[in-house]
Design a protein around this ligand. Structure first.
Ligand SMILES: C[S@@+](CC[C@H](N)C(=O)[O-])C[C@H]1O[C@@H](n2cnc3c(N)ncnc32)[C@H](O)[C@@H]1O
Length: 293
């Protein structure tokens, strides 16, 4: 994969459209805050700027696709290009991408958006490392919207904490509900150490185990035995993650949106949190409206 990326279907368009709506509302508000030095859009899992959707996902697909010689691809703007088109514009754009070829592809954005080129920073780095460093800077008169759109369980709680500590960033996070967390929560609760560590890193504490599993004492012929039952379903996981966010952010949307694949399985949970105490109320109102089903 060098050029466009093939990340998913309708749920991809849905996440992008919901985040886009927030960006439009955000820059309108920030544009009127003269005391703010700069407000940025940060995309820490930026991709290439484009996405290609499979033909199945294209609602305009032809009636007789077999008559078409080559399978057509449907290209749409990815989050980076969407943010660059928002008016009024952001003062600065930061795109982080770990994959070298996707990073190269992102460079084209400067030619495609010449009027914004000098305000575009493209970084070839790991999102967690880069963000933790960026969050330590002085944010007093700076604000940003940050989009975390990973493939899976890449974002660590340390990073989420660093974001909250800026007291300046509004966060959209595509939390890996079905694609990551739920898959690791085995029915019998017997989760290997590597997976436990991964879940500890995503949630920032080991207490998730007692939220998702219940231990019963059972008496049978062998005496008293412990039986572990999984009680963590998609709703439980979602509610727990929102509770976790609420421990560190002054504002968290109560209605995160599950995004389903074509077989109706939730893949991700689109979450929103605001780190700025003064702005949180308005931010949450807007985000909760955007997140309505
Ligand atoms: C789901 S895609 C992002 C799609 C993008 N938001 C869009 O709308 O086009 C995730 C991207 O994150 C990149 N990535 C994966 N792990 C990363 C990491 N640790 N740090 C930065 N980028 C990473 C992948 O190479 C991939 O391009």
């Amino acid at each position: 994969m060098t050029g466009q990326t093939d990340f998913g279907g309708d749920w991809t368009l849905e996440k992008l459209e919901r985040v886009r709506k927030y960006l439009v509302a955000y820059t309108k508000i920030m544009n009127n805050q003269s005391w703010i030095e700069s407000f940025a859009y940060i995309d820490a899992f930026a991709g290439t700027g484009y996405q290609s959707l499979k033909q199945d996902d294209n609602p305009n697909q032809p009636l007789f696709p077999e008559l078409i010689e080559e399978e057509p691809l449907h290209f749409v703007d990815g989050s980076a290009r969407i943010a660059l088109q928002v008016e009024p514009r952001f003062k600065k754009y930061i795109f982080v991408e770990k994959d070298p070829s996707r990073y190269q592809e992102l460079q084209k954005l400067r030619e495609q958006f010449p009027d914004r080129a000098s305000d575009i920073l493209i970084v070839n780095a790991d999102a967690n490392t880069y963000l933790q460093d960026l969050c330590e800077k002085n944010w007093k008169r700076r604000r940003a919207v940050l989009f975390l759109d990973p493939f899976g369980m890449q974002v660590t709680w340390d990073t989420i904490q660093a974001i909250a500590q800026t007291k300046a960033i509004d966060l959209w996070y595509l939390f890996p509900l079905g694609i990551g967390v739920s898959r690791l929560l085995k029915r019998d609760g017997n989760i290997n150490l590597a997976w436990r560590n991964r879940l500890d890193k995503v949630f920032g504490e080991p207490a998730w185990y007692d939220v998702f599993y219940k231990t019963y004492a059972e008496l049978n012929l062998l005496g008293e035995q412990q039986r572990i039952v999984k009680i963590g379903d998609f709703d439980t996981i979602s509610q727990y993650f929102v509770r976790r966010l609420k421990t560190i952010f002054p504002g968290v949307a109560d209605n995160p949106l599950p995004l389903f694949n074509s077989t109706n399985n939730p893949l991700f949970l689109l979450c929103f949190a605001s780190a700025n105490e003064r702005g949180a109320e308005t931010a949450i109102k807007i985000a909760q409206d955007i997140l309505k089903r």
